[in-house]
Write a protein that binds this ligand. Structure first.
Ligand SMILES: Cc1cc2nc3c(=O)[nH]c(=O)nc-3n(C[C@H](O)[C@H](O)[C@H](O)COP(=O)(O)OP(=O)(O)OC[C@H]3O[C@@H](n4cnc5c(N)ncnc54)[C@H](O)[C@@H]3O)c2cc1C
Length: 205
C-alpha cells in the first residue's frame, strides 16, 4: 500500500508499517491499531492514478488543503494511467454540451500549458482520423461536426491522397485532420505531480 501526503507524520507511517510487517494477524491485536495516532486531513483521495494525484496536487497547491492519497498498489500510476496511448485528445469524440466534452477541451489547453511550464515531454503533432472505406466517411463527418460544436479549431476533412502526404504509410479514402491533438509522456507527467518527500511505501495493504 502506498500513501502520498503533504504533511502526515512519519511516525504514523512507521507504526502502520510495523503492523504490516508483524507476524501476528493484524486483526487479532486491536491494541496495535489503538496505538496509531489518529490523523485528520481535509481531503482523502483514493486512487493514485493520474486523476487522483492531479486532484491532490491541485487541492494542496492551489487550495491549501491538507490531503492524503492512498492506493492499493505499492506505487502511484500502476493502473490505466501508465498503460494508455498517451494521446492529448482535442475534444472531438464527446457529445456537445456534456461535461466530458467541456473538460476534454479545457483540459487539453491546461495540459499543454502544464507540460510547457514543467518541461514535460509532449508534442502537438496533430492527428489523422481516417476512413478506410466509403462507408466510414459519414462517421468522419459526424466527428467533424461534433468537434466544431465542442469548439475544437482547425479541423479539416481531406482526401485520402492528401493524407498520405502527411503519413505515407496510410491507405484511406478520406481523413479528418485534428491539428490540436498531441502526445504526452505520461511517465514524466505523473511523477511531476507527486510530492516525493512525503511518499511512503507501506508494504501490503
Ligand atoms: C487502452 C486505453 C488507452 C487509453 N488511451 C488514452 C489516451 O490516449 N489519452 C487519454 O487521455 N486517455 C486515454 N485512456 C483513458 C485514460 O488512461 C484514463 O482515463 C485514465 O488513466 C484514468 O485515470 P484514473 O486515475 O482515473 O484511473 P487509474 O489510472 O486506473 O488509477 C486508479 C488507481 O486507483 C487504485 N485503486 C483502485 N481501486 C482501489 C481501491 N479499492 N483502494 C485503493 N486504491 C484503488 C488503482 O490501483 C489505481 O492506481 C485510455 C484508456 C485505455 C484503457
Amino acid at each position: 500500500m502506498m500513501k502520498l501526503t503533504n504533511s502526515i507524520t512519519k511516525t504514523l507511517f512507521q507504526k502502520i508499517k510495523n503492523i504490516s510487517n508483524s507476524s501476528k494477524p493484524p486483526f487479532s491485536s486491536s491494541s496495535l491499531y489503538k496505538s496509531i495516532p489518529k490523523e485528520k486531513v481535509d481531503c482523502l483521495v483514493i486512487g493514485a492514478g493520474i486523476v487522483g494525484i492531479a486532484i491532490a496536487k491541485e487541492l494542496s497547491i492551489n487550495h491549501g488543503r491538507e490531503d492524503l492519497v492512498v492506493d492499493s498498489a505499492p506505487i502511484f500510476g500502476t493502473g490505466t494511467s501508465s498503460r494508455n496511448s498517451e494521446v492529448i485528445h482535442a475534444g472531438i469524440y464527446y457529445p456537445p454540451n456534456t461535461l466530458k466534452a467541456a473538460f476534454c477541451f479545457r483540459g487539453k489547453e491546461l495540459l499543454y500549458k502544464y507540460c510547457r511550464d514543467h518541461e514535460i515531454p509532449h508534442k502537438q503533432i496533430g492527428k489523422l482520423i481516417v476512413a478506410t472505406g466509403l462507408s466510414e466517411v459519414p462517421k468522419l463527418t459526424v466527428l467533424m461536426t461534433r468537434g466544431i460544436q465542442n469548439g475544437v479549431e482547425g479541423l479539416r476533412m481531406m482526401e485520402g491522397y492528401k493524407a498520405t502526404t502527411l503519413e505515407p504509410e496510410l491507405q484511406c479514402v478520406k481523413a479528418l485532420w485534428s491539428p490540436s491533438s498531441g502526445i504526452v509522456d505520461s511517465h514524466s507527467l505523473m511523477p511531476s505531480l507527486v510530492d516525493y518527500d512525503h511518499t511512503m511505501d507501506l508494504g501490503r495493504s
